[in-house]
Design a protein around this ligand. Structure first.
Ligand code: PGA
Length: 252
């Protein structure tokens, strides 16, 4: 059985006070759920990462980004050893906002993925096509290239430590969620691509999430798709009460 995840991406929201208030409230709500069959997580901004990680009991806490080098003259960057020091075990890689605003490429994602794996952290690798690519029916081609190039020199044992997220760029923060049929078909295609890069058994063990305008009222549709093993949630993860309701819908 593949693990199922619901992970909130806070992006550049929440100062320390707000982040801590969320964790306190959310953890107390989550404590009511003793049989939750889901791993629930958040990706806070760098400044509140340590505090959230220290106060989180059940929450998985992930960074939103990292640098591939251990140290050096890279002003404004955060290294993986710095994340390790504060006991962070996961990092997003290649979120579309990083790809589009900060010129991240499949090659730079590949360097980050290999560096995270070398330090025993788990990358959450995001892939997905733009609106123009979607309209030109290039989704499969784009996603396959993002997978192949992002996973260059990542071996079969290592790939089991990744979590993947299909996030069509046209659905992120736009309120235009991809239908569950689209999410299922692309996640199934990603699994097929992973099977061709590695093997069927390996691909069958890897969790692949959907992300893009996931809300309380559509999360269950995604969770019910055979090849969708959870969701990455932006806007709807910012309020403790409503994110908790989303978790409840997701676990139905
Ligand atoms: P959204 O963001 O849920 O606000 O569309 C999703 C994401 O960026 O992961």
């Amino acid at each position: 059985m593949r693990k199922k995840y619901v992970i909130g991406n806070w992006k550049m929201h929440k100062n320390n006070v707000e982040a801590l208030a969320f964790v306190d409230r959310f953890e107390s709500l989550l404590a009511k759920e003793s049989n939750l069959d889901l791993i629930v997580g958040v990706c806070p901004g760098f400044l509140s990462l340590q505090m959230v990680s220290n106060s989180a009991k059940r929450l998985l806490v992930a960074a939103q980004n990292c640098h591939d080098k251990d140290k050096g003259a890279y002003t404004g960057e955060i290294s993986i050893p710095m994340l390790q020091e504060i006991k962070i075990h996961y990092s997003l890689v290649g979120h579309s906002e990083r790809r589009s605003y900060y010129n991240e490429t499949n090659t730079s994602c590949n360097l980050k993925i290999k560096a995270l794996l070398a330090h025993h952290l788990r990358p959450i690798y995001c892939v997905g096509e733009t609106l123009a690519q979607y309209e030109a029916t290039q989704t499969f081609q784009v996603v396959a290239t993002q997978l192949k190039e992002g996973l260059k020199e990542v071996n079969k044992n290592e790939v089991l430590n990744l979590i993947f997220a299909y996030e069509p760029v046209w659905s992120i923060g736009t309120g235009k969620n991809a239908s569950s049929a689209i999410a299922q078909s692309v996640c199934a295609f990603m699994r097929k691509t992973l099977a061709s890069l590695y093997d069927e058994e390996t691909a069958s063990k890897i969790s692949i999430l959907y992300g893009g305008s996931v809300k309380n009222d559509n999360v269950a549709e995604y969770m019910n798709c055979e090849d969708v093993d959870g969701v990455l949630v932006g806007g709807a993860s910012l309020e403790a009460e409503s994110f908790y309701q989303l978790i409840k819908q997701a676990s139905k």
